[in-house]
Design a binder for this molecule. Sequence first.
Ligand code: PNS
Length: 331
Amino acid sequence: MRPTADRVRESLFNSLGQFFEGGAVLDLYAGTGALGIEALSRGFDRAVFVERERKVRAVILENLRRTHLVEKADLVGGEVEAVLRTLEARGEAFDLIFADPPYRIAAAELGGILHRLCSLLAPGGRVVIESGEAPVEVAGGRKGVTRRIGGTFITTLGRSELTMIVAVCPGSFDPVTTGHLDVIRRASKIFEHVVVAVGANRRKQLARLSAVERARLIEKVTADVENVSVEIMEGLLVDFARERGAGAIVKGLRAVSDFESEFEQAQLNRTMFPELETVFIMASAEHSFLSSSAVREIASLGGDVRGLVPDGILETVMEIYSSRDDKIKGS
Ligand code: PNS
């Protein structure tokens, strides 16, 4: 355990603010609980301390008793990532999140945790990460402000930096078209990671192909894009996004005719999960006429869908959609 030195703590609060009018703080890898306790003593009205070691939690409790702050605090045991999941599921939001991991926690683990933190941050909230050897990689440079205080790096991230990390690109993809692929590729240049969510659109007829078949086709055509993964989405899009720590939904917009339905979906999703932004990518001109339903119709009548679906799946699509009768498969 590496207790936050007094000097680092003082300097940290000098930049965060001296006094606070309420708010909730989350102190991860809490150790002695010094950061969370300092935040409480400066005006925060609630703190959650996460510490795996039972003996160390007893120290935090003792420190809280000594400072008469026990009533404002929750002490939680367990692994940080699992606790984050629980807090997320409870819909908790924090104004300040400290992550001061021990040296042995790898930068990669912190990177994974950052994704989760985005859905736990209240509007205007900040995440503060301390690291001993080097700044947190995922948060370095343009993604956060890193300062060095003695031998400690302090990286501060706002909400906006975090929400640009993971995006969900949902659709029924029956089948994936070159237009979809163009949007997925462009999204992969904006976001750190794009999860393509293969779902069922209950407002349309059931998909011809099963979700697994549709996902496989997308996997095939996105195999060369490192930061894209494909998953099957069974429930609500907002729940799917929340579970993956995504801050944005990305959708392609082809023409005015798309707008009404997309606007409605975006508004409804926003009502259910206000922190999740819907971002639209304008379809390239050559794709503005292209739809999965057109591909299905052309292929089923024996037409050529070259150029309308990615080359890598052309033959499979022709074969599947031309040979299938109108029997509809569940997704
Ligand atoms: O490619 P599509 O058919 O336009 O995709 C629509 C999809 C799958 C993205 C949409 O139907 C969806 O989000 N389904 C998941 C269920 C859900 O969240 N429904 C509420 C949306 S307002």
